[in-house]
Structure formats: C-alpha cells, structure tokens
Design a protein around this ligand. Structure first.
Ligand code: KG4
Ligand code: ZN
Length: 340
C-alpha cells in the first residue's frame, strides 16, 4: 500500500511516499528556516504563503523521487492539527482536492501521532520491537508530552508542559544568547565548546510528570544579563562564556526530561521508550535517555524527528487499517487538536 503523506503544520512543507507504513520511498522536506530566521521566529502568515508556493513542487518531487505516478498512490495522509491555522489549512485543502479528483481515501493525522509513528519507520522489525505498553516523549517546538501508548493508536497523556514547550525554550535561550533561529541545533552545537561549569535550576514539579521550562529560561536571561552576555549587549560582550551558559541550559533541560521520561516508563511498566519531535534530534537528550532507561530507547534518525511527511504517512497506515475506510472529506484543520 502506497500512502502520500503531506505535512504543513508549521514551517516545513513536506511530502513523502511510504510503502506499507514503514518503507520510506521518498521524504522531501522544504524548510522555511531561512525566511523566518530574520524575524527570530515563525511568522504564521508568511509560513502559509510559502506553503502555497511550495506544496505542488514538493509533492511532484516526492512522487518523482519515489519513482511512482500519482495514479499508483492508494491513499493520502495529511496533518490536520495541532499546528498553525493557516499552514494547516493549506495542506488540508490541497490534500482534499487531490483526494476528490483522484477518488482515493484521505486520512487526517494528528501531528503528535505522526511524531510517535516516526519510530515505526525505523523500528518496525519484530526482532527489536519491544511490544506495548510504550511511553512516548514528544519534544518539539510546540509540545512537550509524555504519553502512554497501550496499543497502536491508543494513547493516554501522562504529563505535559505547563508553560513553554521545550523546543520553544531552546529557541528563546538561543535568542537570549544571540545564537539565531532555530535555537535547538545552535545551542547543541555551541554547548560542545563549553570549558567551565555552570548550573541552571531544574523544575521537578514533584509527584507529576508535567514540565515547566519558564524558570530555567528566566535564570538564563538573568545570568546572561549579569555577565553582559545578553544578545542586546553584544557591543561589549565577552562571548567566551556563551558555550558554558548554553551547555548549562541544555543540561538542566535534558536532565529533567530524561528523568521524567524514564520515571514514566517505570511507573507504567513500559517495555520501551520512544522519542519523537524536533528536540529528540538532540544528542545529549538521546544519550541521557539511553543511559537512564532500563528499557530500550527507540529514537528515529534526526531527519525523522523534525517535521516530515513520512511520519504522517506512517501513522496514517495504522489509522487506515483500523477502518472505516470510506472516502470522506468531512474534516477540518484543528490548530488545537489533542492526542486521543
Ligand atoms: O518537531 P519540530 O520540527 O516542529 C514542531 O512540531 O514544533 O520541532 C522543532 C523544534 C524547534 O524548537 C527546534 O529548535 C528544536 O525542535 N530542535 C532541537 C534540535 N533540533 C531541532 N532542539 C534541541 N536540539 C536539537 N538538536
Ligand atoms: Zn512537529
């Protein structure tokens, strides 16, 4: 079964062809990072317009790279939330038109479910599949969720952020230190050059599996200002301490997330821990989860952690097989769609 997956929920236009839910024949991602970086973050209306310009060429390229014609596609999958309203509407309306004209089914997919199923693109192998229940950590630019997955498509949210998403915190930290956008990769890169030791506060929120990142972000801001390192003070700043502050921030965040993710596994008797979402591309997060976890940690390749169409097609494969499979266009884009 060939599914064409379309993802436009944020600032990546992506289309992918996936065979039988796990074989990626193509996965084209066009990032708008350069366009938004001059504003220090995503401008939703600019993102929508860019998706309109990109969606047709990206879908054509996905088909070409997969070496399949549009007539060979069996079903379409599209992210219908959560995400930015305008960008979601571009993908949903494009996919609906394609479904209508080709008379093939369309499967709306929750973006968070997509991040979860990215793991199946690499681990759908009975030899290494730990079985259910699984705990899923979704750490992205807009979400920080710990989810218990009792079976395919069965989720219970165990904890989530009470304020900033972890990716958003990385992005804001990078802005404080004048490292540009997106912040996560910039912080990770410069943190490797750290030579001194600094410590940042951790919000443990005892007795819960929830998160809070606003405290560590404020601590970083105050420390950066005290050291004359805040990006606005760039004229006079001594940049040699930036790697140390970046590392201290990253370590505080990674410590809390990896601790809570592994505790969630213990409490719920999970047989594996899945990492998903853009922040899961972070090497220190992967390392710490692996070193703390007593169950296998399933982490997709970094390019499958960040937004992409293949993960949407993978999730759709399981939804489609669950049925009912009639052709319906009766769904909308939902910016605040929850995982259920
Ligand atoms: O999942 P994603 O591509 O988009 C959303 O659904 O939000 O995640 C984007 C987020 C951004 O905040 C970015 O800074 C963060 O993922 N990110 C990272 C890394 N790569 C991307 N954060 C930490 N370390 C990284 N290596
Ligand atoms: Zn995402």
């Amino acid at each position: 079964m060939l599914i064409l997956g379309i993802e436009t929920s944020c600032d990546e236009t992506s289309a992918a062809v996936v065979k039988n839910g796990n074989e990626v024949l193509s996965n084209i991602v066009s990032s708008q990072v350069e366009i938004h970086s001059r504003y220090g973050g995503i401008v939703p209306e600019v993102a929508s317009r860019q998706h309109v310009l990109e969606i047709v060429p990206i879908v054509k390229k996905a088909l070409k790279d997969a070496n399949v014609s549009i007539g060979e596609i069996n079903a379409l999958a599209v992210t219908n939330g959560p995400g930015l309203a305008g960008p979601l509407m571009v993908g949903v309306n494009f996919a609906k038109s394609l479904s209508y004209s080709l008379k093939i089914p369309i499967i709306p997919v929750n973006h968070l479910e997509g991040h979860t199923y990215a793991a199946w693109l690499e681990y759908d192998d009975p030899a290494i599949d730990p079985g259910f229940p699984l705990v899923v950590l979704i750490a992205s630019g807009a979400h920080t969720h710990l989810v218990l997955m009792s079976d395919h498509l069965q989720y219970r949210v165990l904890g989530q952020t009470l304020d900033d998403a972890v990716g958003e915190a990385f992005d804001k930290a990078a802005r404080i230190l004048g490292l540009g956008y997106p912040g996560g990769p910039a912080i990770e890169k410069i943190a490797k050059e750290s030579t001194a030791t600094e410590s940042m506060p951790r919000a443990w929120l005892p007795g819960t599996l929830d998160f809070s990142f606003s405290g560590v972000k404020t601590a970083l801001l105050n420390r950066a200002k005290a050291l004359g390192l805040y990006s606005d003070q760039s004229e006079s700043r001594d940049a040699s301490l930036i790697p140390t502050l970046a590392s201290a921030f990253q370590e505080a965040v990674v410590d809390v997330i990896s601790e809570k993710a592994t505790r969630a596994c213990e409490i719920n008797g999970a047989r594996g821990l899945i990492l998903g979402g853009g922040v899961s591309a972070n090497g220190r997060l992967r390392e710490e989860c692996r070193s703390k976890s007593e169950v296998p940690v399933l982490v997709p390749a970094p390019k499958l952690c960040t937004d992409n169409g293949a993960m949407i097609a993978a999730a759709a494969f399981y939804r489609f097989n669950q049925g009912p499979n009639e052709l319906t266009l009766d769904f909308d884009a939902h910016p605040s769609l929850v995982m259920a």
